[in-house]
Design a protein around this ligand. Structure first.
Ligand code: SF4
Length: 199
């Protein structure tokens, strides 16, 4: 896997202060994509042990709330495989910090469930032995493709209104309890101060 950038003390891509890893590679090519330079799977630098170590060290200070993974598309199959051991390492080292992930895929597509009306899948994203394990490392998933006609600058952490901010552990738990997939997706609960207005 390659990555285009690591941002430190990022306050735009998830709650609190974060380290953000922008991975390279995306086959979806949404019109109006905010970061089209990352569509190329070889853009930037190889994601090697030095980059991993740098991120792990950056998460140490008490004021850093967690890690965000975005791109590009973290859920492209080759990126999922590369991210799984790394996110496990982050979770093991910092169980108290959270991991956010931004994807153009929906959680339904990632888990091989029926898609909602209007959603599309680009290639097979459910990888047995990988995808579910990767989602288990993720606390919050911002899912869905960016849609220009639904673009709304007042949305917090999202570019278009079709995208959802999902509480992943709660969603996986509901699915395991047998809740119908159409009802299983649990929204992430925003701070009430932000949840009551759209800034
Ligand atoms: S999924 Fe994300 S990175 Fe890929 S084209 Fe759409 S907005 Fe850009």
């Amino acid at each position: 896997m390659y990555y285009s950038e690591i941002k430190y003390c990022d306050i735009a891509d998830g709650e609190g202060v974060r380290t953000s890893l922008f991975v390279s590679g995306c086959r979806r090519h949404c019109p109006g994509c905010f970061n089209a330079v990352t569509w190329d799977f070889c853009h930037g630098k190889p994601f090697d042990k030095a980059a991993e170590d740098e991120i792990i060290a950056s998460l140490e200070p008490f004021y850093v709330d967690g890690l965000t993974v975005l791109g590009g598309e973290p859920m492209e199959p080759e990126n999922q495989r590369a991210l799984l051991p790394f996110l496990r390492r982050v979770k093991e080292r910092y169980p108290e910090k959270d991991i956010w992930c931004f994807t153009g895929d929906t959680v339904e597509a990632l888990l091989g469930l029926p898609l909602r009306a209007g959603d599309t899948a680009v290639g097979e994203k459910y990888l047995p032995g990988v995808t579910e394990e990767l989602l288990e490392c993720i606390d919050v998933l911002v899912d869905g493709a960016f849609r220009e006609e639904l673009h709304d600058i007042t949305l917090r952490f999202r570019g278009s209104s079709n995208q959802r901010i999902i509480d992943v552990p709660a969603t996986l738990a509901r699915l395991r309890e047998g809740v119908d997939p159409e009802q299983a997706v649990a929204p992430w609960k925003d701070d009430p101060v932000f949840a009551t207005h759209t800034m």
